[in-house]
Design a protein around this ligand. Structure first.
Ligand code: NAP
Length: 301
C-alpha cells in the first residue's frame, strides 16, 4: 500500500482498496478461526425485500467474502410485497435466533417500506451494518462499537493514504443516513474540519475545491471533474453506478480526468467497495466475539 502522496505534477497515487481489504480479511480469518475452535463460528443472515441490481452485486461479494474467511452466510429473499410491519417482524425473528450472530437488511427497500422500523427491530448487538439508532448514537459519541461499514472503509482508506485528519479540510458530497452522514461524523471525530454538501448545495465546486480530502457519495456517474478538485487532494469515490446494465460499476468521479490532478484517488471498482465488504466482515466477527463472551460469562455465573 503506498504510504505517501506524490508532489503535485505527477499522476495521483491509486489507493488500492483490494490490498487494504485483504489485510482486514486476513485479520478476520484468524479471529473467526478462534471462535470456530470454541464452536462459536459467526453466522450472518442477509434479508432483502424484492431485488435490485446494485444489491445483487453487493450480496454476491458478501457471500464470497464470508466464505473466504469462514463466516456462515445465508440470504433470505422476502416477497417484494411485504409490509413494513412484516419486514420488522422478520428482522425480530431472525435476531431472536441464538444461532444467528449478525444481520443485514439489504438496501434499497421498496419506497413504501419504512426501513427505520426494520432498523429499530434489530438487536443492536447483531446489527453489523451499524444502522440501529443505538449504534449510530455511538458514532456521534465516538465510543466505537458496530459502526456503518462504508464510513469505516472511507476512514481506513484515508489512513492508508497517510493523511493527517487533524485540522484537514474534508468535504463530503452526499448526506445519506447510511453513507454520507456517518462518514462526516467519523472524520469529524478525528478533528477534521468537515463540510457536507448535498443536492441543495449552491456552487458545489466552490466547496469541493477547498478540500484536502474529498469524499464523493452521491450515485451520479461522472459528477466530479477537475473543476471540483484542489490539486494534490485525496479523492475517495464511494459512488457505484451501473450504466445501461453494465456488469462493472463506474464511480461519481471522472477518473481519467481527475487522476492527473489529485494527490491520491480510489478507483471504481477496487477502491471503497472491497474495503466496505471487509469492514462488514470485521463488524460480523466483532459482534460474534461479543456475543460469545456474553454467553460464556452468563454460563460462568
Ligand atoms: P442516496 O441515499 O441516494 O444519497 C445520495 C446523496 O447524494 C444524497 O444526500 C443527495 O442529496 C446527494 N446528491 C444528489 N445529487 C447531488 C448533487 N447533484 N450534488 C450533490 N449531492 C447530491 O445514496 P447512498 O446510499 O448514499 O449511496 C451513494 C452512492 O454510493 C451510490 O452510488 C451507491 O451505490 C454507493 N455506495 C457505495 C458503497 C461502497 O461500498 N462503495 C456503499 C454504499 C453505497 P439529497 O438527499 O439532498 O437529494
Amino acid at each position: 500500500m503506498p504510504a505517501t502522496r506524490p508532489i503535485f505534477g505527477g499522476m495521483a497515487t491509486i489507493l488500492d482498496g483490494r490490498a487494504v481489504a485483504q489485510a482486514i480479511r486476513d485479520e478476520v480469518r484468524e479471529r473467526v478461526e478462534l471462535l470456530a475452535q470454541r464452536d462459536r463460528r459467526p453466522n450472518l443472515v442477509s434479508i432483502q425485500v424484492g431485488e435490485s441490481e446494485p444489491s445483487r452485486a453487493y450480496i454476491q461479494s458478501q457471500r464470497r467474502a464470508c466464505a473466504e474467511v469462514g463466516i456462515l452466510y445465508s440470504h433470505v429473499q422476502l416477497d417484494p410485497g411485504v409490509s413494513t410491519r412484516q419486514l420488522a417482524a422478520h428482522v425480530r425473528g431472525v435476531c431472536a435466533n441464538p444461532e444467528v450472530t449478525g444481520l443485514i437488511v439489504q438496501l434499497p427497500v421498496p419506497e413504501r417500506i419504512d426501513v427505520h422500523e426494520a432498523y429499530l427491530a434489530m438487536d443492536p448487538a447483531k446489527d453489523v451494518e451499524g444502522m440501529h439508532p443505538h449504534n449510530l448514537g455511538s458514532v456521534m459519541l465516538g465510543t466505537g462499537g458496530l459502526q456503518p461499514c462504508t464510513a469505516l472503509a472511507v476512514r481506513a482508506l484515508v489512513h492508508a493514504a497517510d493523511v493527517s485528519l487533524r485540522g484537514a479540510e474534508v468535504v463530503v458530497v452526499g448526506h445519506s443516513e447510511v453513507v454520507g452522514k456517518p462518514i462526516a461524523v467519523l472524520l469529524l471525530n478525528e478533528d477534521a474540519t468537515v463540510t457536507v454538501c448535498h443536492a441543495a448545495t449552491r456552487d458545489l465546486a466552490a466547496h469541493t475545491r477547498r478540500a484536502d480530502v474529498l469524499v464523493v457519495a452521491v450515485g451520479r456517474a461522472g459528477l466530479i471533474g477537475t473543476e471540483h478538485v484542489r490539486p494534490g487532494a485525496v479523492v475517495l469515490d464511494v459512488g457505484m453506478n451501473y450504466l445501461d446494465g453494465a456488469a462493472r460499476p463506474v464511480g461519481d468521479v471522472r477518473f481519467g480526468e481527475v487522476e492527473p490532478v489529485a494527490g491520491a484517488l480510489t478507483p471504481v471498482p477496487g477502491g471503497v467497495g472491497p474495503v466496505t465488504v471487509a469492514m462488514l466482515l470485521r463488524n460480523t466477527v466483532a459482534a460474534a466475539e461479543a456475543q460469545a463472551g456474553g454467553r460464556e460469562a452468563a454460563r460462568a455465573r
